[in-house]
Design a protein. Structure first.
Length: 267
């Protein structure tokens, strides 16, 4: 049987909760005893960095080559995995007082004048290494969008299928359940505004373009439904309704399954 493994080893490492560097390397595909029986096929055209309208062809090519050299370990002094790399001056944020504010101003220039234009948000995005960094950026950006904030709080409970006999309920009060932040669990508190760009976090209706990762723009904020406009993938411009969903992720760090009912959206 022929099996095809897809992906880039330099892009996303295996996620090992609380794992050390050794655990992560051990869980990698090329650490498996089957790796010696695999044939590696390499792709040669970087489709994500193809030249678009208004882009400098040479600049895009230089950036792509620089990224590949980092992945191949060809930049910096010889090292055993930990090394120092010089970042080009044009890629650095030199503002030491408010670096995030400078990044937002550079990426989302004149946001108040373009807030109702879906293509304005579709062509811009800021990536961050952790949820904490992204939350900080989102809070600052949301404050720049005109309008009144609407706060949505989740409804949390212990799953009905759990054996709750002998469980110390005061230790797992609603407040404690609300404070849990687990992998695959939506945030307890979701703050949105009209025209804010959001990311769909679940597959709801794939034929109509409502898939995990679809970017939307808020049109109307209701109590039990949110109306939004699709900005990416297929069906761009279609207006859709996002309902609250009840999700039951499992995490080994807590002794039971938790139900959380919330809109499957994030800024």
């Amino acid at each position: 049987m022929v099996v095809v493994f897809g992906g880039d080893f330099r892009q996303i490492l295996p996620v090992i909760p609380k794992g050390s560097r050794h655990d992560i390397v051990n869980a990698s595909r090329n650490s498996s005893h089957l790796w010696n029986h695999c044939q590696v096929l390499k792709l040669h055209v970087n489709m994500r960095l193809q030249v678009g309208a208004g882009c400098d062809k040479n600049e895009i090519k230089e950036f792509a080559e620089w990224i590949l050299k980092i992945g191949d370990g060809k930049i910096g002094e010889p090292n055993d995995g930990d090394g120092i790399i010089d970042i080009p001056e044009e890629l650095l944020i030199t503002d030491t007082v408010d670096p995030i504010g400078s990044l937002i101003s550079f990426t989302y220039l004149n946001i108040s004048r373009n807030v109702s234009d879906p293509s304005y948000f579709r062509d811009r995005v800021i990536l961050g290494p952790t949820h904490e960094v992204i939350d900080t950026i989102n809070d600052k950006l949301l404050a720049m969008i005109p309008g009144t904030e609407t706060v949505y709080l989740s409804c949390d409970s212990i799953s009905e299928c759990e054996d709750v006999s002998g469980m110390n309920f005061p230790l797992w009060s609603p407040e404690v359940l609300n404070s849990l932040k687990l992998s695959g669990l939506l945030n307890h508190k979701l703050i949105l505004r009209h025209n804010a760009p959001v990311l769909l976090l679940r597959n709801i209706d794939q034929p109509n373009g409502l898939c995990n990762g679809t970017r939307l723009q808020i049109v109307k904020l209701g109590k039990n439904l949110i109306e939004a406009k699709i900005m990416t993938n297929t069906n761009i411009g279609n207006q859709v309704f996002i309902p609250r969903m009840r999700l039951t992720p499992f995490d080994k760090r807590i002794p039971f399954k938790i139900n959380r009912k919330q809109f499957p959206l994030a800024l």
